[in-house]
Design a protein around this ligand. Structure first.
Ligand SMILES: Cc1cc2nc3c(=O)[nH]c(=O)nc-3n(C[C@H](O)[C@H](O)[C@H](O)COP(=O)(O)OP(=O)(O)OC[C@H]3O[C@@H](n4cnc5c(N)ncnc54)[C@H](O)[C@@H]3O)c2cc1C
Length: 632
């Protein structure tokens, strides 16, 4: 090892690793990922799929962080499907019909008839009554898989894809950047040895802990709006739970009214059984005044009282006890020079709606395809500005939704109960709700109606799939977005530039695919009808003289690569015969040309150069036009 002084910091480069993974092969890597949560690990796999060398550093010594996130959305499953990880994640996670209900209860059990009562429920995560609506919109369904189980799956894949590219037990200490690169100093948390590495680009997936503060990223919104204890345990709860469809229960007990009314929550964790007989659970409960108890018996007692189960029958095995606190804010910048912020480094929000991990994976997809295009010399570095243009509005929306959902839930329940206070008054309100008299019948009907109509954050198909990007990585076609009266809950399919390509089932060789499957991380895909194949192939070859990025041609229609069996694709793509749709690597439509133009080569070249930020004077010259053309 050689000692050196780099930008004022005395460091040593290390030549081997003891934290997992091998040492970086050079003192400089094209991309450095800081943080090995779901955002960082997903980014690592994506970069590997695109053949971009990178190094991920994580200060924890191993995969599997806190058992916080667990709801994995259909949109995230679309991304995992693109990575070839959907089957392994579905296999590890919960079936939809074992998570499709989200209910509010007084407790699981207890000494009075008011204990163990369900106050209301919502169909959730694309299950129950929502199944047909989601099935029209996406080829995927939700699953429930704890972050503690998902991270090892992602780590395994990251390591298989690029052995040695993920290094645990390495903490980023400092980051600086200039015109030539970014410079990181790190510390091996086991040995304390410091080392350094240079990089072209940094993906900050460190939940905003180190990189953001050092490069002056500020936050918009509330820093802390909630705090709770999270207890992961194994226990047999089946005698107190009736409904196998419930994945999450929120408790509302007048004995212990906490933040946003709730007294606690219970989340099913599988891992091999997902009914009422699941082996593992997570209980969220308010932090007691004295802080998180160190005594395990106290923790057990807190959980037992939150669930309301008899003390003598509750014998959990505690796996971990932690505290989480969450804000409702997003970063004022997601792109600073050579650094992009992803996941919780870009947005913090309450768990309502399960938006954090899911938004993090989509951030990673958006950031990595752009970085790959830049690193490979296909795009101008200005393409990276579009990461912030596209993802910051999403961050703002998910923060707003998660925060407003919390408030809406509380207001709606209190509204029906006519007030809800700690102690005797709260019990009296529940007594009225569950009484057999006319008032009770009326209140229960109002409660059920309110649960159907209120946004409880568990049916936000519009937020999930209806994102619309504007900015320079999209070439507008002059059309207006489709009308949508409820953009939070409803998704209206559109192939307009800036929208995710609509899902339609198409077939090839008697096998069914989704149009979502056409998107490939390492290339653009031009979708045309079979009659226009030759014209667009020539256009791709022509465009390759100006922009070397790979473009694959796909035909859908009779005698095409795929057949539009349902005609759903024809209904939704907005193309006349001869038209073309350019799908970006993240499955968003980058450009739409409704008809075959007289100069298809010029039109395609302009579109591709525009969305890659290539000004005419800087068009790269492809080595060979045909290198850039890939056709099925
Ligand atoms: C109770 C709760 C429930 C939730 N449920 C859901 C849910 O169901 N679905 C959902 O989508 N989201 C959920 N979320 C949100 C979700 O947990 C987060 O949004 C998600 O984990 C963010 O992933 P990340 O990779 O960005 O950050 P993290 O998972 O926090 O990973 C950041 C990593 O960076 C590492 N790191 C930090 N600093 C350094 C450094 N200097 N050097 C090296 N490494 C560093 C950390 O050790 C950490 O491993 C929930 C959150 C809470 C609190």
């Amino acid at each position: 090892m050689s000692g050196l002084s780099h930008r004022g910091v005395d460091v040593e480069r290390i030549s081997n690793s003891n934290g997992g993974g091998s040492a970086p092969s050079a003192d400089r890597v094209p991309v450095l990922i800081v943080g090995g949560g779901v955002a960082g690990l997903s980014a690592s796999i994506m970069l590997s799929r695109m053949g971009v060398e990178h190094l991920l550093v994580e200060r924890r010594r191993e995969a599997a962080g806190l058992p916080k996130a667990h709801i994995v959305s259909a949109k995230t499953m679309e991304i995992f499907r693109q990575l070839g990880l959907d089957e392994v994640v579905y296999k590890a996670g919960s079936p939809l019909d074992r998570m499709e209900r989200f209910n509010w209860m007084t407790s699981l059990s207890g000494p009075t008839p008011l204990h163990g009562r369900e106050i209301g429920y919502v169909d959730s995560w694309g299950g129950g009554d929502d199944v047909p609506r989601y099935a029209r919109a996406t080829p995927c369904v939700y699953t429930n898989l704890s972050q503690t189980k998902l991270e090892p799956v992602l780590f395994g894949e990251a390591e298989r894809s690029a052995p040695g590219s993920v290094r645990y037990g390495q903490e980023l200490l400092t980051i600086t950047q200039d015109d030539d690169g970014a410079y990181a100093t790190l510390r091996d948390v086991t040995t304390g040895k410091e080392w350094s590495i240079e990089t072209d680009y940094v993906l900050a997936a460190d939940a905003g802990r180190t990189v953001g503060p050092q490069i002056g990223v500020g936050w918009i919104g509330e820093k802390q709006i909630g705090q709770a204890m999270i207890v992961h345990f194994s226990a047999d709860l089946h005698s107190w739970i009736d409904d196998p469809r419930v994945g999450i229960s929120i408790f509302l007990s007048p004995d212990n009214i906490g933040h946003g009314l709730w007294s606690g929550a219970l989340v099913k964790m599988g891992p091999t059984r997902w009914g009422t007989d699941a082996e593992e659970w997570v209980c969220h409960v308010g932090v007691p005044e004295g802080g998180v108890p160190e005594d395990e018996a106290e923790v057990v007692s807190l959980v037992q009282r939150t669930l309301g189960v008899p003390e003598e029958d509750f014998h959990p095995v505690i796996h971990s006890v932690n505290k989480w606190s969450i804000g409702g804010d997003y970063a004022d910048r997601l792109h600073v020079g050579r650094i992009l912020m992803l996941g919780d480094a870009a947005h913090h929000h309450p768990p309502a709606g399960g938006l954090g991990l899911n938004t993090a994976v989509a951030d990673a997809q958006n950031a990595t395809w752009k970085i790959a295009q830049v690193v490979k010399g296909y795009a101008s570095p200005s393409l990276l500005h579009t990461y912030e243009e596209e993802r910051q509005p999403v961050a703002r929306t998910v923060v707003d939704q998660a925060v407003s959902t919390l408030i809406a839930e509380t207001d709606a329940i209190v509204g029906v109960l006519g007030g809800f206070e700690q102690g005797a008054e709260g019990w009296a309100a529940l007594e009225r709700l569950f009484s057999a008299n006319e008032e009770g019948v009326r209140l229960r009907a109002s409660m059920a109606k309110m649960f159907r109509e209120t946004n409880f954050g568990t049916r936000m198909l519009g937020v999930e799939l209806g994102q619309q990007y504007t900015g320079s990585a999209v070439v507008p076609d002059g059309t207006e977005p489709p009308a949508n009266d409820d953009p939070i809950r409803e998704y209206v399919a559109s192939a307009r530039p800036g929208h995710r390509v609509p899902h339609a089932w198409i077939e090839r060789d008697s096998q069914r695919f989704s149009t979502i499957d056409l998107a490939k991380l390492d290339r653009f895909v031009l979708v045309v009808d079979p009659a226009a194949r030759t014209a667009w192939l020539e256009a791709i070859a022509g465009a390759a003289r100006e922009a070397a990025t790979p473009i694959e041609l796909v035909t859908i229609g009779e005698h095409g690569d795929y057949v539009d069996v349902t005609h759903n694709w024809a209904d939704v793509n907005g193309l006349a015969p001869g038209g073309a749709l350019l799908i970006r690597p993240d499955s968003f439509v980058g450009w739409r040309c409704a008809t075959l133009p007289a100069d298809a080569t010029g039109a395609l070249t302009d579109a591709v150069c525009s969305l890659l930020g290539l000004p005419p004077s800087e068009f790269p010259v492809a080595v060979s036009g045909h290198d850039a053309v890939m056709s099925l």
